[in-house]
Every structure is written in structure tokens, then in C-alpha cells.
Write a protein that binds this ligand. Structure first.
Ligand code: SF4
Length: 471
């Protein structure tokens, strides 16, 4: 599976030129969310300037770039495309000059109605420069901004967009951030020494020695200017639809997400996994690194010793960037090796966060057996993935998902394990400590929080009621 994107916005008290360096470090802390490209836009009091590059954050910017961009306000983005091709044209922030100024915009999420919005804008003779849904959001916003002030325009934009979006924009020296009314993508606020930061994850605040304040609420607008913050609750729905997969896999274990420390949630899920699927074994170990915290929890709950059985080659590429199944299998071998002395002659429990196609799991089980394990049991910190994601995570089609249309016993057989246990959906959400109704569970249930043609949807969550609250 592919992550989507990471976004950051920073506003410092006037005169401080540090924003680009701080954006650089915070993007570096969000690097796990996107490795295709990175970009920074700043406003230096006179105009908006942008630097974007392909690759990792250190590849995209030089020291001289950061010196040249010196300013006290800016936004940044790391990208892994979910719509639109991987190219510098689609790297963000997206910058558009319009009648009254310049807009820079960075987006994490995926619209499900971007084609129809685009079509309607094209019929009004608006010209698109890229194929990304981010440009659709920018064009809708600019159109509304020609008729209203910023807050009024955003209110109307939110009514028009369907899907997931956490957005940060730069208009002159204002950083404007908002989160979709379902709060699907993570977004939080932090206090810095001389200003404020909004970011996809709290790890981007920690790296600057800032203080995590809280999440941006679903449907909330944040305006940062000259190191000060104003907020306005634009919309409030009865329930949120936070992406459950952020808690399981995408976000860093040291990030606080929707008010919950991800590390703590994953430990509890591991304990619950043992409660639901106990087994007698000699050692428990993770598929590194995604299964590590779940395995620690499983060990804690079961008192089965935690001992590493697989070693990761930290320099290997991620398997998902390699096309085709054979290449994927080769990549597993390049990425992981068994620690034979730890597994030989033992009954082992291997813990991972999820199973997508099953190819990696089968390979790992075969490798561990070949290393001499007596029994191999697999435990998974999420329920079976049975459906795709339309909201910004690149989950394969139902046809490719091993658990779609198969029993757990079938999957167990296909990945060659002695036993297989997935944590239940109830066990998972209870361990995290957020109501099930406040999560998107689409890829586990096939029921989505927004309308998607041909899919089931929770209609009750769609009605936007206006709720204004100055804080
Ligand atoms: S469908 Fe799955 S991956 Fe996509 S937003 Fe919902 S929980 Fe997250």
C-alpha cells in the first residue's frame, strides 16, 4: 500500500526568517507519508516564492534554497501521488496566480467528485495545468474567492468537495488550513517558540521542539498570521470518519492522532490480538517495522518472549514502487532476512499490521519455515482488508486483495501458516479508544463515509449542518 501526503504550515512572528528551515525539518519528519516529491512555498513580505523537487526532502532542497527562501511564513508538502502522475508538474504546493494575487495550496487526501467539478469548471473555460484533484480544489476556491471573502469562499468550497482533504494554503502572509468535516485525514496544531504550526502529524511539531496543542477539528478553519492563530468551526457533523488505517500503519508510532498516541494504541491492539487469538508459542516477533509495536503488545499480553526473528535491510527500496508480482517477490527477499539462530526449532508467532495481497506474508512464512521454525503462526493488527480505498490510500482492487471473497481459513492456507488470526474491528477500535462510528472503516467493511458510485455508504454522515464557534 502507498501512503498519501504530508502537509505543514508555519507562521512565525514578523522579521524571523526561519520558516523555510523549520518547514524543511518538519517535512523531513513527515517523509514516511510521501517520497516522490517535496515542496515549500513562502511569503517574504513582498511576494510568494516556491521551490519544489523530486525525491526525498534532502534531495529536493539545498542549503542555499533554504537561505534564498528566508521568510516568516510558509507551507510545505511531501507527496505520494494518489491521483495524477508522478512528475514535477504535480509536485506541491500548487501555485496559481489569480486576479487578486497568488495562491499556494498543499493537499492531503483524495476527492471522489473531482472529475465532475473539473468538468463543470472546464465548461466555464477555466484551464487546468495538471491532472491532480488539488488543482480542482484550488480552482473552485479561486472562483468562490472572486465573489466572497476567504472564510465565505472556504465555506462554499467545503460544501462542494466530496472526499478526504486536509488543506493548507498560503495567501500573502496568511496560512489558511482546514480539515474536511469528516476529519478523514489527520491534521494537528502545535505551538512554536515564536508562532504556530499546523501539520499532518504531531511528529512534525516535535522535531521543532514545539508543543502539540490539539487536532484540527473536522470542519475547522485555522488562520495563522504573523505568529498568531485564529480558528473558526465552519461545519460540524454528528460523527467523524477518521481513517482507521492511519492508526494501524500510516502514521508514525510517536505521533498523536485524533488525540491518541499511536504507539499506545498499537500496544493495546497487540494485547487484544492475543486475547482474541491466543496460541502457545516459544517466541513472538514482528515483520519489521510495521508489526513491531503490535508484536510488543502481543508479547506483553501473552508473556511469550519477544525476540527478533526477521532483520530488515534498511537500504532496500519499498516494494510498492516496483511494478509486477515477480519484482515484488524479489523485493521481499531483498528487504528481509531471517535470524536463523532465533527461530530454528521454535514455535513462532509473526505479527504484522495488515495483509494486502498476501504475497509478502507467504514469503515471510516460507522463509521462517526454511530457517527451521517448528510452527509458524501469523497474527494481524487489523481486520481483513476486503475493499479498496477511494479516500487517498492506494489499496489494490478487490480482485488483488487476498481477503476479499475468501474465508480466513482460505487465506491461512494461501500464506502457508499453521494458524492465522486477525484482530476484530470491535477489538481494534476499542483498543484505540475512539467510537467505531467516528472512524472510516471502508476497506474493512465495504461501507464508506461518503457517496461512491457502486459502493455502500453511511448516508447519515453526509448532511452538513452549519455550526459556527469562535474560539
Ligand atoms: S477506506 Fe480504509 S484506508 Fe481508506 S480512508 Fe477508509 S479506513 Fe482509511
Amino acid at each position: 500500500m502507498r501512503e498519501e501526503c504530508g502537509i505543514v504550515g508555519i507562521s512565525l512572528e514578523g522579521g524571523c526568517g526561519d520558516a523555510p528551515v523549520q518547514l524543511y525539518y518538519s517535512l523531513f519528519a513527515l517523509q514516511h507519508r510521501g517520497q516522490e516529491s517535496a515542496g515549500i512555498s513562502v511569503h517574504d513580505g513582498k511576494g510568494t516564492r516556491t521551490k519544489k523537487g523530486m525525491g526525498l526532502v534532502p534531495q529536493a532542497f539545498s542549503k542555499d534554497d533554504l537561505i534564498e527562501l528566508a521568510s516568516s511564513t510558509g507551507i510545505g508538502h511531501v507527496r505520494y501521488s494518489t491521483t495524477g502522475a508522478s512528475s514535477i508538474e504535480n509536485a506541491q504546493p500548487l501555485v496559481i496566480n489569480y486576479r487578486d494575487g497568488t495562491l499556494a495550496l498543499a493537499h492531503n487526501g483524495n476527492l471522489v467528485n473531482s472529475q465532475e467539478l473539473r468538468y463543470s469548471l472546464e465548461t466555464e473555460k477555466r484551464i487546468f495545468l495538471s491532472d491532480s484533484d488539488t488543482e480542482v480544489i484550488a480552482q473552485v476556491f479561486i472562483k468562490e474567492l472572486s465573489k466572497k471573502d476567504i472564510i465565505g469562499a472556504i465555506k462554499d468550497v467545503v460544501r462542494m468537495l466530496s472526499g478526504s482533504y486536509s488543506i493548507v494554503m498560503l495567501i500573502e502572509d496568511k496560512v489558511i488550513a482546514f480539515r474536511d468535516p469528516l476529519g478523514i485525514k489527520p491534521f494537528c496544531i502545535g505551538k512554536l517558540d515564536s508562532g504556530y504550526i499546523v501539520a499532518s502529524e504531531s511528529s512534525a511539531i516535535d522535531v521543532l521542539n514545539g508543543v502539540y496543542l490539539r487536532d484540527v477539528k473536522p470542519g475547522e478553519l485555522i488562520i495563522l498570521q504573523n505568529g498568531q492563530m485564529e480558528t473558526e468551526q465552519l461545519y460540524r457533523l454528528k460523527h467523524s470518519a477518521h481513517c482507521l488505517f492511519e492508526h494501524i500503519y500510516f502514521s508514525r508510532a510517536d505521533s498523536i492522532l485524533d488525540g491518541k498516541l499511536t504507539y499506545q494504541s498499537r500496544i493495546k491492539v497487540g494485547e487484544k490480538l492475543y486475547e482474541e487469538h491466543p496460541i502457545e508459542a516459544d517466541i513472538v516477533f514482528p515483520v519489521p517495522d510495521s508489526g513491531t509495536t503490535f508484536a510488543l503488545g502481543y508479547s506483553k499480553g501473552s508473556n511469550i518472549p519477544y525476540l527478533e526473528g526477521l532483520m530488515k535491510n534498511r537500504y532496500s527500496v519499498r516494494t510498492f514502487i516496483l511494478p509486477g508480482q515477480d519484482m515484488r517477490e524479489t523485493a521481499v527477499r531483498l528487504k528481509l532476512n531471517t535470524i536463523k539462530a532465533n527461530v530454528a526449532g521454535k514455535r513462532v508467532v509473526i505479527v504484522d499490521d495488515s495483509i494486502v495481497r498476501g504475497t509478502t506474508s507467504k514469503h515471510i512464512v516460507d522463509m521462517v519455515r526454511a530457517a527451521g521454525a517448528k510452527e509458524v503462526h501469523v497474527r494481524i493488527g487489523s481486520p481483513p482488508i476486503i475493499a479498496p480505498c477511494y479516500l487517498g490510500i492506494n489499496i489494490p482492487t478487490r480482485y488483488e486483495l487476498i481477503a476479499a471473497n475468501r474465508t480466513i481459513h482460505n487465506v491461512e492456507t494461501l500464506i502457508h501458516t499453521d494458524t492465522l488470526g486477525y484482530v476484530s474491528l470491535e477489538g481494534l477500535v476499542n483498543s484505540i479508544g475512539i467510537l467505531k462510528e467516528d472512524f472510516c472503516t471502508g476497506c474493512f467493511t465495504g461501507i464508506y463515509p461518503v457517496e461512491i458510485p457502486g459502493e455502500r455508504c453511511i448516508v447519515s454522515q453526509l448532511k452538513i449542518t452549519e455550526f459556527q464557534e469562535k474560539q
